[in-house]
Design a protein around this ligand. Sequence first.
Ligand code: ACO
Length: 430
Amino acid sequence: MGDNAKLIIGDKTYEFPVLVGTENEYAIDISKLRSQSEFITLDSGFGNTGACKSAITFLDGDKGILRYRGYPIEQLAEKSTFVEISYLLIFGKLPNQKELDKFSQTFAEFSMIHEDMKNFFNAYPSGAHPMAILSAMICSLSGYYPDLVKSHMTDDLFYRLAAQLLSQVRTIAAFSYKKSIGEPFVYPRHDLKYVPNFLNMMFSSPAKPYEIREEVVRALKVLLVLHADHEQNCSTSTVRMVGSSEANLYASISAGILALWGPLHGGANQAVIEMLEAIQADGADLNKYINKAKDKTSDFRLMGFGHRVYKNFDPRAKIIKQCADDLLNKMGIHDPLLDLAKRLEEAALKDEYFVSRKLYPNVDFYSGIIYRAIGIPLNMFPVMFAIGRMPGWIAHWREMTKDPMTKIGRPRQIYTGELTRDYVSIEQRS
Ligand code: ACO
């Protein structure tokens, strides 16, 4: 492989540097193309466009590989905790005991939100989607911490901001659920670890304390770890795009949450269960729905299937499927939707349409089964994804703000509208 790539247009040749990543991924750096010529590139959906260099997460979609800072996802899901993974993604190394204790202590210190913010929850109508509330609340936090509302800050301030956001997102998520069911808020507790603390805020009430079960904590921890980062996905790219204007972390993450909400991204976990319920209610005729998903005149898709990058299998889906089985067995739950999901997967993977397009279950196909078993309501599923993705968003925002190569995100376009024409008064318009 030469050092340069050549682009020949007519009688002109343009040369661009070729970059190689540590895992031997190649890129042509065309950042000077527009200044040297009249051309831009067109890449709808950015499927071939590298927006940055990043040292956080590596994934190989053909081989089904996902690693955070070099560590395979399978090992992390099995052995690590969410707080540890957050530290790893954000600061680049696994914390030693002292570092982990300090990080956890900072979580505890900043787990409360300002009492006044409770009024915000009360002002929402009960049917409001919790993703809308979460995004607004994260942005609203900026009003309470003016010293953190900046793009560039010292390592100490950033450390506090990162720990605070990771801790408070959990409190906000649980408060929004309590508000939706009309129960009093349950405050965070210093004696509980990250996942049990969240479960307690969600499910305990003055009438009935919540029994924290080890298998539930484990399943939720695995899900959070698996969702923690996924390099330049839609929501993380949104965080980077917003942050590239030197918008603060609250604003950037608030925007990322809204990008995640869409059913083609983090909203897919909710959409999968809605789809499975609809199929079940319609007599569980799998062929009918597989044919519908293949029919180009229908807008129905198999939710939880397909991925922009994974073309063999999604390693997260494999772990989650096993995790769902284990949890339901341990809890003695029989969920007919899990059986239906497995049968749907089996049928789709035998079908030429899905095989030829390399469409496999993604991270969202089985995660909803676990959330259901835990008792998390359907519209909170994307919120669970957002809690999990928080360390990735924070890590990418920080990496971007520290990278001297960062420029404001500002793509170009090919204009396809009207040519110039004169304004006509309203009386003369047809
Ligand atoms: N059901 C039916 N057909 C599908 C599906 C699906 N779930 N996914 C892709 N296809 C088809 C497309 O129609 C297209 O067919 P064609 O070549 O005949 O036109 C082909 O497969 C390629 O699909 P694209 O839409 O071009 O793939 P893209 O990379 O743009 O989209 C996406 C990826 C959005 C994930 C898509 O597969 C999808 O909509 N899946 C369902 C929603 C979902 O599960 N999203 C969660 C993704 S994981 C995450 O974000 C956390």
